[in-house]
Design a protein. Sequence first.
Length: 365
Amino acid sequence: MKITKVESIVVNMPMVIEGAVLPKQGGKPRTSMDTLLVRVDTDEGVTGWGEGFGHRIFTATKAALDSFIGPMCIGRDPTAISQLVGELQRNLAGVGRNGPAMYALSAIDIALWDIAGKLAGLPLYRLLGGSSREELPAYASLLRYGEPDAVTHYVERALKRGYRHIKLHEITVGPIEAARKAAGPEVAIMVDCNCPWSVDEAIDMARRLGEFDLTWIEEPVWPPEDHAGLARVRTHGGIPTAAGENAMLPEFKGLFEAGAVTYAQPSVTKVGGVTQMQKVLALAEAFGVSVVPHSAYFGPGLIASIHCIAALPRGALVERYDADFAENPLHEAIMPTRSGGIPVPQGPGLGVDPDPAMIRKLRVA
């Protein structure tokens, strides 16, 4: 079997937004989500689907795929995953082993595992050694709203949808206080800060947020590579820390050795796909660190994350970014259940392929 084609596809999904307050990302209104799909075709008719981290920077990841990473895969055996992705990583040494190039490699790797599962006739989580699971608990990962009333609305909506774990993307006290009041004392609340503060500022903010009984504070420190600084926040801030969505395997080793995180958050669309995700999971287990993967996306990357979590002995929470769409290429596969969980696809490989008709409708690049 040989790879005959690697195609990158960008779809834009308009969001269904309630209320007058628009969510924000990077300080700008967020009204739609971009998803970078990758299709890997073979000469035996088996196709694999992957996803590289895209959102606002999909153009860079797509360029890496189209210009040099995709062409390196043509003619190669898709079932020799370790050999192929190992060579790709070495070939990326000159352009950096992080950022868009690694996001592109992540998409290829996910697609290769999709092919492997289809050839084996097994869902990916079973191929990875997991036991049979139909559903995993999820947490609602709210977008950033910046206003207490808007946060209250979306927390209440998440509770009505059955979620018992909610993550905020807020960096001021007011919206976080509003979330706790709306959720009550029994619901777990996490706060993702997206690296806004110095170490001292993060410690001060963590202490101010202590009364709200947060499960974790996520990426509070700039730059995110400051492992020693994050460890200080964990020690002196009084709240468990979480980080890792922007980290590669060697950086996780540094995070663990520094005692910087209570929860590790590898992102399958960034870290190098399923292959590297499995290595991070093994490393975290060796250090006794809990893993709750980052999965704020809506394509095969989310599905691959679900499978990786389902393969864990005790599972973990699935991050479900709290955005609604009138239409999406994976339909119900990315939708939460009424009990605040998310289904584990049972078909071979990822268990679900993007809808070609919906891709044609939503495709922008």
